[in-house]
Design a protein. Structure first.
Length: 104
């Protein structure tokens, strides 16, 4: 320890270094997570979550939905189910959609 440094200064510097290391670690974890998200999206984007085949965007009742070219599964983005149900829809399918979305 340098003769003109106090114990308080050493502790302050050590604390600053620890916080700097912690911030750097968080930053690296965020970069890693972001990179993982990009890789996952590159592999999975517009792929059927059930069979892995390509999805094709089709318009149904004015809403663009994703349909699998292999298994004919239909996948909806956030909010599309609500749009299909409609706010005033009291039909059987509308009731089923409300049950699925928890908006009974
Ligand atoms: Zn499929």
């Amino acid at each position: 320890m340098a003769p003109n440094k106090t114990k308080a200064e050493d502790e302050f510097i050590a604390k600053e270094e620890a916080e700097k290391t912690k911030r750097l670690k968080v930053q690296l974890e965020e970069q890693h997570s972001e990179e993982q998200r990009k890789q996952t999206k590159a592999v999975c984007y517009m792929k059927c979550p059930k069979c892995g085949a390509d999805l094709n965007e089709v318009t149904f009742r004015g809403i663009k939905i994703d349909r699998c070219l292999n298994c004919d599964g239909v996948w909806l983005d956030e909010g599309e189910l609500d749009k299909l149900a409609g706010e005033e829809d009291t039909s059987r399918i509308g009731n089923i959609i409300q049950i699925i979305t928890g908006k009974v």
